[in-house]
Ligand binder design. Sequence first.
Ligand code: ATP
Ligand code: MG
Length: 332
Amino acid sequence: MARKRILTGDRPTGPLHLGHYAGSLQNRVSLQDEYDTFIIIADIQALSTNFDRPEKLQVDVRDVALDNIASGLDPERMSIFVQSMVPQIAELTVLFSMFTTVNRLRHNPTIKSEAKQYGFEDNMTYGFLGYPVSQAADILFCRADLVPVGEDQLPHIEMTRFVARRFNELYDEVFPEPEPMVSRVSRLMGLDGNAKMSKSLGNCIYLSDPPDVVEEKVSQAVTDPARIHKDDPGHPEVCTIFNYHAAFSEDEIENIKEMCRRGTIGCVACKKNLAKRLNELLEPIRQKRRELEKAGSIDDILVEGNRRAVEEGERTMELVRDAMGIDYWDME
Ligand code: ATP
Ligand code: MG
């Protein structure tokens, strides 16, 4: 029986951070053998907020590719590719936009909160409002079954399921309704105490940050504001550092929670412990990244990933054209 398929990925708006690692990368790596895996670098989606800075993509696309592979995705076992180089995704976006209403897009909670974040509320581009349709095409071009994502992506997976269902009802059974897979840590907080660590908010610990930068960032992170003295009882549930311990120090978490609540561990010691943990986690990733950069093979990996993606996209487009009856003559 054919393996089920995963499609997931990132916007190339900067290097990847610990939120990506906890929210999606770990699952991608552990599932790459069980599932036929496609990883998308969504450069067109990055343009939905960065259309005035396309020159950044040259660096960001390669950074995102390097971070994925350095984290343990193996180019021999999965395909990583760039969205704009798969024309079938653009074709599907146009077809899907015919039966997706503007009202449905306007009510998408992630669109609403991101529009606020970027100041787009009163003046939104067609591309930004419609990016969930384009994301549905990202997922459906290879007829994926499973999408490992952070919590913020759930409304978009819901939209993708709607698009698949509607297409199948209108024309013919072509697409599976993909399931989201949310990891244990569905949303990692930002260093500034924001609910989400996000490239665009600049509140991140990057996977490629050197050890001293990790230490510095952790030492500056926002903790429980009610805790002034070292032995004041803490509130781990509101603390950024505790949020990171919960993600990356699972074996010690009950202990840390207790010590914080009783005021027997100070924030400085708790931060030192976290920085050490994070550096242990990140060291092999940094090392692998250096090796990859030295080998200069990242473009070859993307070219091969794109070749496989286009092949799959063409297969899907044949089914789509056939289902809709828009195959007017033989294209051979
Ligand atoms: P941007 O701010 O440019 O949108 P981002 O940091 O939100 O960047 P994306 O490329 O949009 O990153 O997200 C890629 C994947 O990583 C998505 O599945 C998303 O849910 C997940 N992810 C991103 N940030 C976090 C986070 N802080 N916690 C958990 N998952 C996250
Ligand atoms: Mg995002």
